[in-house]
Write a protein that binds this ligand. Structure first.
Ligand SMILES: [Mn+2]
Length: 349
């Protein structure tokens, strides 16, 4: 099913994401925006991620040398849910209070625990909402995408994909951080805990393959070592191999070998070199180049694997409203998202 429009006429993000004027019914890829960053611990602005990426998406040329006219199948982003943004703003204040109390070594454990409980409950509700939205999209036979928000946002989507495929897929996790903390600052659904949560839930993928990881604690390192269903390509090892003369093509094949036929991609923008995402909440020097990621996506598609869902998260304004934000982070995010949409369509003929 395709719909026709002329991409050479002026396009605007007002028409729809990437300026593609299609309804959700016409679209093959349907994306959920999740304006949420309740547990953000350092820089903020990720809750504006969906708006920032949507705004920048009109700059992306629709024709793509790799994915050609995949866009003719239609990509659609649901409206940004105001109720979730409002809930985010309320709960974020409570979470900040917890962080402040802990920083000041407060002994008021009762207040801390009450606040944490409220925050955790709100995060659970967000995840439930995402799960329902994702399940609805998957059940309608559409391809699923999600735009965060911080990295806690896609857990519900990964649960829905896990349910649909009964765990017969892997999460390809691109990130600077391992995100395997059992809880962070008392928050059970912290952005720093998503992959811990993913891999310990009854609805989970058979495997987690991490790429670009360069910031983690010993507890996370131990979890990586102890679990046969987690494989991590640390940034340091990737760089050492490259510096010793191995090609990225060879490394890419090693990554693909760890993956089964079905792959969900969870893309934290901070997996890239911070030059590509200077305003993201927790940037870490080092990381992947945009071109390496684009090469990896294509190799994955050419290997015959199927993308069963994806998310892009942690694209941030750096704390200002999207209208005032530097366009660069959104620009990079929109281009990653565009490739993810295209390869999703092409790997699901
Ligand atoms: Mn990260």
């Amino acid at each position: 099913m395709s719909f026709k429009f002329d991409p050479s006429v002026a396009i605007s993000a007002e028409f729809g994401i990437f300026g593609i004027p299609c309804t959700e019914e016409q679209a093959r890829v349907v994306m959920i925006p999740v304006p949420w960053e309740v547990t953000t611990s350092y820089g903020w602005g990720a809750s504006f991620g969906p708006a920032l990426v949507r705004q920048a998406s009109e700059q992306v040329d629709l024709f793509d040398l790799e994915t050609k006219k995949a866009y003719e199948k239609g990509y659609s982003l649901r409206p940004i849910p105001e109720f979730l943004k409002n809930k985010n703003d309320q709960l974020k204040e409570l979470a900040q209070k917890v962080i402040e109390l802990r920083t000041n070594l407060s002994k008021d454990e009762k207040t801390i625990s009450e606040l944490c409980q409220k925050v955790n409950q709100g995060c659970e509700e967000m995840t439930k909402w995402v799960f329902q939205q994702a399940e609805e999209i998957l059940n309608s036979g559409k391809l699923l995408g999600l735009i965060g928000g911080d990295h806690s946002t896609p857990w519900g989507a990964i649960q829905a994909v896990s349910k649909k495929w009964q765990g017969d897929f892997a999460v390809l996790h691109i990130d600077a951080h391992a995100d395997l903390r059992q809880a962070y600052q008392g928050f059970t659904q912290s952005h720093a805990s998503i992959m811990y949560n993913v891999m310990n839930h009854f609805l989970r993928p058979q495997k987690l393959v991490q790429v670009g990881i360069r910031d983690f604690c010993d507890e996370e390192y131990e979890m990586i070592q102890s679990r046969k269903d987690i494989k991590t390509f640390f940034d340091l090892d990737l760089k050492r191999r490259l510096f010793n003369g191995e090609t990225w093509a060879k490394i890419t094949q090693d990554i693909l070998q760890e993956l089964p036929d079905k792959v969900y991609i969870s893309f934290d923008i901070d997996g890239l070199d911070p030059a590509f995402c200077p305003h993201t909440g927790t940037p870490v020097p080092g990381g992947l180049h945009m071109d390496q990621v684009i090469f990896l996506f294509r190799a994955l598609a050419e290997s015959g694997k199927k993308i069963v869902g994806f998310d892009l998260n942690e694209v941030s304004t750096g704390g200002v409203p999207p209208e005032e934000a530097d366009e660069w982070d959104g620009n990079v995010g929109a281009r990653i998202l565009y490739k993810l949409c295209g390869w999703s369509v092409l790997t699901n003929p």
